[in-house]
Design a binder for this molecule. Structure first.
Ligand SMILES: [Zn+2]
Length: 231
């Protein structure tokens, strides 16, 4: 996080009483980011890295991914939408810490998963400068620390500052996405297991484009973890 965003964040936390990022009630002592009610009501997917799930099926026939999982179900209204809104637009980057810690702890409990490096979906440098932080960074770092993996955020570079693509057809989006990401510092990642991380999976187009780029590295195995998925 760059210093203007950090200052805004610090000022906010001094001036405003901490509220729940799920429902905006004032937090009680000992509660962190979410109130106890929202914490219990979080729509968890229950995904793990051993059994097939709906996120795996998004990528079948599109790009070879060993295993994918999301932590929460995203819906148009409710706790997850609010939580991610705070993370992306209100400088509340600690949300990534909360989710990464929780999901990372769960995933790390699955013995056979030996991830070598965690790679975040990058923002375009201009967007990164504007927002001050990549909203996926803390999530990725926490996942990496639970998995004893490196966190590598200079492997993928986003080449175009795309506006929202939701109005384009799936084919147009796919074509547009194919050259959106390039490899940069991928040295030492050959023959490794890589975990690609992002905030929300909607159509899977962004993950597909990143995964296709990462597969240019010799003999890598790709895994995917996201904070949420649109069911
Ligand atoms: Zn709440």
């Amino acid at each position: 996080m760059n210093w203007p965003s950090k200052i805004i964040n610090d000022i906010n936390s001094i001036l405003l009483p901490p509220v729940c990022f799920g429902c905006n009630v004032q937090l009680s002592r000992g509660e962190y980011l979410l109130c106890t009610v929202c914490r219990h009501d979080l729509p968890m997917t229950g995904h793990n890295f051993t059994e097939e799930n709906a996120v795996d099926r998004i990528f079948y026939g599109r790009v070879p991914i060993e295993k994918a999982a999301s932590f929460l179900f995203f819906s148009k209204h409710g706790i997850v939408k609010n939580l991610l809104h705070y993370l992306k637009y209100k400088n509340q980057y600690e949300v990534g810490d909360l989710i990464g810690n929780w999901f990372g702890f769960q995933i790390a409990g699955e013995k056979d998963l030996q991830i070598d490096a965690v790679i975040p979906v990058p923002l375009h440098p201009k967007k990164l400068k504007k927002r001050g932080y990549n909203q996926v960074e803390l999530f990725g770092k926490k996942m990496a620390s639970h998995l004893n993996a490196q966190y590598r955020d200079t492997v993928l570079i986003k080449t175009q500052n795309t506006k929202t693509q939701t109005k384009k057809s799936r084919l147009a989006r796919w074509k547009n996405n194919q050259d959106l990401f390039v490899l940069k510092n991928a040295k030492g990642l050959e023959h490794k297991k890589l975990l690609l991380v992002d905030d929300v999976i909607t159509t899977g187009a962004t993950i597909e484009a990143c995964a296709t780029t990462l597969l240019q590295i010799s003999n890598v195995q790709l895994y995917v973890a996201t904070m949420a998925v649109v069911p």
